[in-house]
Ligand binder design. Structure first.
Ligand code: CDP
Ligand code: MG
Length: 679
């Protein structure tokens, strides 16, 4: 047996020791009760941002843009919108708060609704892709994803209904954060009454402040229009432990470190950072086994997963206090780094890795890869342990590796495919996408590749103008251009119902359950096998969804076939929305009932650029870029004779480049649907 990870004794390297206030975080969620609401009111007043309330309101009165810097958990996202509302500034307008993640938008709206003693969807609402919970007349505080605000800008380029926009979590610098900021700057020049709050855990405030200072352009003597406020948060000292020697398997090391903490350290909940949902599930399973064997000698331990697509009920358990004497262990993806705050964490285990989407010049497309975290992320993660009292972080890497980390990751605008940005800007009438006033301009090679891709799809013409209606529809769709093209073309192929099913299934987590017990595992495999077809993952998921619908969305059917009912329910909902969009675009909504060739052709119309062929040596290589790729271990194509040519939706880069969500395809079909591409 490999020994448990060895950590070296920490030097006096502690994070900054600040004010020793302890926040009572005994929160329970979503249940309205007047007494409870009183308690929430007291909690609100204990948050660090409360001390700055008057100052924030004063600065917002004086300046058009206010940049608020403050530790995660200091109350920026939940409190500032309420201060604005309570100041009576929302009488004739709404405050919108944009979040990079849908999970944050929903959970914040629920939390703020609870603090205001209402249910979400009334005074406080949210709007995320495929899920809207607002009231046109009554919602004044509206949490939304950045993508949803963008869509609103498309329909209403000056954002008339809004008086305040708060762009939250700006340190994440997602593609959409940057795009939204660039567009807001443009809008604010026209609408001097529109106020902007930018909130961030850590960010280069000077750069942002200069960017949003609209006075400079008019008159150098004029008073600046942007200001910054820093909120000093509560952060208790966090002791940092590094590994003595590097370890190969961070999942295993994370599990073992949790076991060690549970055995040796005083009570306090543990937060573990891994990179993705799959890893989280594996670690939770391993920890559940350990919990059984440790219970008798060391007390109870409750491992819980946390990731963005987790169901509401499971998320609630993460936020709730554990029963007395039980140690909660939250195993999370990056979502717990800054977007959501989990109370009562004393120990953090940091794998040192995260998933990041980057443009890969070799495949000439975005690749989701596992990469080392930046110093900024590592510091954020460590800080999660010091929110309630003194804490400890166990970094699963050596001190030398920490020092070799990047200070921060470049903004997404400078590292990913920007086809969506080009589409959106074009749809807004901003033709010269090269000269747009970006917060950080994208590299010209990424811009060129985006133009090439959009041109190949027929979304822009030779002079880079958006084509009508295809280009405009693609800009309006909340989907990647490849899938968007597939959906919009589905009417021509007579299979829009089927394609809507396929795309809906791509938006939800895997529907195949894999039970752990041997007997159930075998039964699940047997039941699921009848759906898995040699045509690939997309057709397989279509089969599953169709049968689920034919069963009358029966839960009995799901359990006897070992399918994830929650994911299927969500897919049904998303499909209905996609069909709604098709109707709006006047695309005929039709079924082809088993005409596989139509479906294949339609899939190829969207994915023709993502093709891989089997070389004589047996490995797969991409047609674009000629790079070696492997079939993802979860693909159904592992269970059949591998096809000579296939299409993929996505590439993820871990130990190798894996292509996933695959469809076997005939060369003749590719030549037929994309003759301009396959000469
Ligand atoms: O935005 P920031 O990270 O500064 O803080 P926040 O999200 O406004 O959170 C303020 C407080 O509300 C924290 O102490 C959280 O524990 C609590 N909160 C919560 O209990 N449930 C949520 N869904 C969001 C926040
Ligand atoms: Mg926040």
């Amino acid at each position: 047996m490999i020994p448990f990870p060895k950590f070296i004794k920490p030097k006096d390297e502690l994070t900054e020791d600040r004010e020793e206030t302890v926040v009572d975080e005994s929160v329970s969620h979503f249940v309205y009760n007047p007494l409870h609401s009183l308690a929430l009111d007291q909690q609100r007043k204990k948050l660090p941002v409360w001390q700055n309330r008057d100052n924030i309101l004063y600065l917002l009165q004086e300046y058009q843009t206010l940049i608020v810097l403050g530790e995660t958990g200091s109350g920026k996202s939940t409190q500032i919108p309420q201060y604005i509302y309570e100041a009576g500034w929302c009488k004739d307008g709404v405050i919108a708060i944009t979040e990079p993640r849908r999970v944050a938008a929903k959970s914040l709206a629920n939390r703020v609704a609870e603090e205001k003693g209402v249910i979400a969807g009334d005074l406080v609402g949210y709007s995320v892709r495929f899920d809207e919970c607002t009231s046109a007349e009554r919602t004044k505080i509206k949490y939304m994803t950045e993508g949803m605000l963008l869509r609103e800008i498309l329909y209403d380029p000056v954002l008339k209904p809004y008086k305040f926009i708060m762009v939250d979590e700006v340190h994440e610098r997602t593609l959409l954060t940057d795009l939204v900021l660039g567009l807001l700057k443009k809008i604010m020049k026209q609408r001097r009454d529109l106020k902007l709050v930018i909130s961030s855990a850590t960010v280069d405030a000077d750069h942002l402040c200069n960017y949003f200072d609209l006075s400079q352009e008019a008159d150098s003597e004029a008073k600046p229009t942007a200001s910054v406020i820093s909120i000093s948060g509560i952060l208790h000292p966090v002791e940092i432990h590094y590994l003595k020697d590097p370890l190969p398997d961070y999942i295993k090391a994370a599990v073992e470190t949790v076991v060690e903490i549970h055995k040796k350290e005083p009570p306090g909940d543990i937060l573990v950072f891994l990179t993705g949902q799959e890893e989280v599930k594996i670690a939770v399973e391993l920890l559940t086994d350990w919990a059984d064997s440790l219970k008798r000698s060391y007390g109870e331990m409750m491992p819980l997963p946390m990731f963005a697509s987790l169901g509401n009920r499971d998320q609630l358990r993460v936020f709730q206090r554990a029963p007395h004497g039980v140690r909660k262990v939250i195993v999370s993806t990056n979502v717990a780094e800054t977007s959501v705050t989990i109370p009562n964490i004393t120990y953090v285990v940091d794998s040192g890795f995260m998933k990041l989407r980057c443009y890969d010049p070799e495949t000439r497309m975005d690749t989701l890869g596992v990469v080392p975290v930046s110093k900024a992320s590592a510091t954020q993660r460590a800080g999660r342990a010091g929110r309630t009292r003194r804490g400890k972080v166990f970094r699963l890497y050596t001190e030398e590796s920490f020092h070799s980390l990047l200070n921060s990751n470049p903004p997404e605008m400078q590292r990913t495919d920007i086809s969506q940005v080009v589409l959106q800007l074009n749809a807004l009438g901003i033709k010269n996408v090269l000269r747009f006033d970006y917060l950080s301009p994208p590299p010209s090679k990424n811009l060129a590749s985006a133009l090439e891709r959009l041109h190949a799809h027929g979304a822009i013409d030779d002079s880079c103008n958006l084509t009508m209606p295809l280009g405009l529809h693609l800009a309006e769709l909340p989907l990647d251009p490849n899938l968007g093209k597939m959906l919009i073309s589905s009417g021509d192929f007579g299979c829009s119902e089927e394609i809507a099913s396929i795309i809906a299934m791509l938006q939800v987590e895997s529907v195949f359950l894999t039970p752990r017990s041997g007997d159930e595992f075998t039964r699940a495999r047997k039941a699921q096998r009848q759906y898995k077809v040699a045509e690939g993952d997309l057709i397989t998921s279509l089969n599953v969804l169709s049968d689920y619908e034919d069963s009358g969305e029966s839960s009995q059917w799901c359990s006897s076939n070992f399918f994830n009912r929650r994911a299927l329910q969500r897919a049904v909902k998303i499909k209905a929305q996609l069909i709604g969009i098709l109707k709006k675009f006047e695309v005929p909504v039709v079924q082809c009932r088993g005409n596989e060739e139509s479906i294949m052709k339609c899939i190829a119309t969207g994915l023709f650029m993502n093709a891989a062929y089997q070389s004589p040596s047996g490995e797969y290589r991409t047609v674009r870029g000629d790079v070696s790729v492997s079939i993802h271990p979860k693909s159904v194509l592992n269970e059949v004779q591998p096809p000579p040519l296939l299409l993929f939706v996505d590439v993820i880069h871990t130990t190798k480049r894996y292509i996933r969500d695959l469809t076997a395809v005939e060369e003749s079909i590719l030549k037929q649907v994309a003759p301009h591409y396959y000469k």
